[in-house]
Structure formats: structure tokens, C-alpha cells
Write a protein that binds this ligand. Sequence first.
Ligand code: ZN
Length: 412
Amino acid sequence: MYLVIIIAFLLLSFVLDSISDYLNIKNLKDTLPDEFVGYYDEEKYKKSQNYLRDKTKFSVISSITSLIISIIFILIGGFNYVDLFARRFGYGEIVSGLIFVVVLVLLLQIIQIPFSAYSTFVIEEKYGFNKTKIKTFISDIIKSLILILIIGIPVFALVLMFFIKYGSVAWIYASITVILFELLITFVAPVFIMPLFNKYVPLEDGELKTELEKYAKEQDFKMKGLYKMDGSKRSTKTNAFFTGFGKFRRIVLFDTLIAKHTTQELVSVLAHEMGHYKKGHIHKFMLMSFANTLIMFFLLSLFIGNEGLFAAFKMQNISVYGALIFFGFLYTPISMFLSVIQNVISRKYEYEADKYSVTTYKNPQAMVEALKKLSVDNLSNLTPHKMKVFMEYSHPPVLDRIKAIRNIKIEG
Ligand SMILES: [Zn+2]
């Protein structure tokens, strides 16, 4: 019974994704939208559409592969083999659970390597984005794996211990542990984790720094500093973001972004990011994620020791750690539903942040210009299908954002 439900969930998510991909490709139009005349020539616009086609094709192929591998792994009792291996060492439930999970994580990582290599060195390369050297690619994989293990092992061990010891109230302890770790990581990441992957240098003195600081001061926005990140180490794509909390907030601009935009455009981008803080978006998203953690662990606690679930995965032995992993499969539709909701909210927040930028910096033209350049430099899809946007877009399509910005009334 559970086997049927789980395979149905896997198929359902694959079918939904495929439909939205198909509609998205069908929605490509030959004529360039008026807004982008002068930003794209015919050839480059075609190139942006081919980029989308290539990426979509690749994502469908990788989804089919992962679907087939998952189903085969479940049907041949792959989880049971891993479990028997983990138990062979004769340790208690917590250590066996850790071995079980580490083996699964390693298997998953190994399967992902060829896909990630193809995406970076074939697709991104073909469209002139790739700057990643093989050495960086390999060291990225090793570093992320070590981080996953360093952070994941203690969290998983604690969660496991709570569920073994405290039974029906364990989900509360487990949730609190995970939430505390999430909080800790948001503080630690900018200082200890992100520098492992990129160089962050304070923005050099000059017009850009002066203007950004002037604007931040006018808005009474405290932050730890302005940083430039070597995004060009991996890709020519452009981006900017905020990290950290409270006094530790820092804004990070990709070197590729700085190279391609004017000072006014960059202040507009900073103003947009600041808008997310000023409107409380960051805190609201954190609260939502905490709520999600609570719900997930509560539901999980209902499935601990469920024999039917273990039978579906052909397990000979019942364990708490097995339930933790298998519950993940049952949770997929819920997490899919929650991610759609989160995207709906996120798109609303993006409009609000744009509005904040335009009403405080009072330079809508710079914001529009920044969005257009970002779109062209990253070959973004100008005409995504409604279903694709609804399900997967955390940001509204660029043309909708431009339209909304043009409709904002600016006082003074
Ligand atoms: Zn935003």
C-alpha cells in the first residue's frame, strides 16, 4: 500500500514538472517583447531561447533518470542492503543510523556528479557562462560534502536520540534542535562557510561605495559592510544578495554585476534588497520555515515504527532512522505544496521590494534598466508560462516587474 502511494507521489511530481516544462517551451515566441528592443538583437534573443530549450531538455532527462534510479532502488530493496551494511558493525541505533545516512548521502552525491558536470561544462559552457575550472568543480564537491557531514551528523544524531528516548514528545525537541541549528548557521555562514567557496573583499573606496553608503544612511539601515564577491570564479552570470542578521548584515555584490551596471542601477538593486529587510520579508520567511519544521516533525512522529512503511522499502529491520528517511518520501507532496505557497508569497514580496526601491531612491528608470540588464546578461526567459511561474518562480517574470514599477507613483 505505502509502496503504491510513494511511487504514485514520485510519478505525480515528475508529470507535473514535465507538463509545466512543456508548456513553458511552447510559450516561447519569435517576436521580441517591445520592452527589450535595443537590448536584444534577433540572434541573441534566439540564443536565450535555445538556452532555455537546452536547460529544459537536460532537466527532463535528469528527472527521468533520478525517477528510474529511485524506483529501482526501492524495488530491489536497496535501502535494506544499506541498512544491513550499517548494522554489520554492531553499533547501537544512533551510530548505525549515522552510517546508514552517510552511505545514502554519498550514493546520492555520486549520482549527481555527472549531471552537475554536464550542466556546468557542456550547457553553461556552450552559452559562454562557464568560468569554473575542473579544480574548482572538484574542490566544491569535496567541501560541500565535508560541510554536509560536519553539520548534518550532529543534527541527525540529536534528532535520532530524541526520537529514541522521548517518544511522543520527541518531535518538539527535534524541531527546536533543528531550528536552533538553522539560526546558528545563518550567523555562521557569512563568516565561516561562504568564504570557503568565494573570496569576499570589502568594496573599494570610490563613487559606488559612497553612493551605496549614503543611501543606506538615509534609510537608517545598519549593516556590517559592503562586499564584493568573485562570482566570476564560476560564471559570468550576475547577482547580488544580503546575508546575516541584525548588526551582522552585509551586502554582497558579484564582481560581474559591478562590471556591468552603473552606480544608479546598483543603488537600485541594493535598495531592493534593503526593502526585503525593511518590509520584514526575511523574518517572515524564517518564521515560515520554523513552522514548516514543526509540522514536518509532528507528522514524522506519527510514522515512527510504522511497519507498512518499512515493508514498502523491503526493510528487514525497523528503526527510527529508517522512518526519518522514508517519511521524506511521503512528505514530497506536502513539501511541493508548501514550496508553491512560498513562491506565491515570495513573488508578492518581490513587488514590494521593487516598490520600496523605487519610492525611496526615486529612480524607477535605474531599477528598470538594472532588471533589463540582469535579464539579458543571464539570458533569462522573458515569456515563461503561467504554470511554470506559479509552481517554480520565486520572482515574478521581468516584464511584469517592469510594468508594476512603471505604475508606481512617486511623491516629491
Ligand atoms: Zn528580491
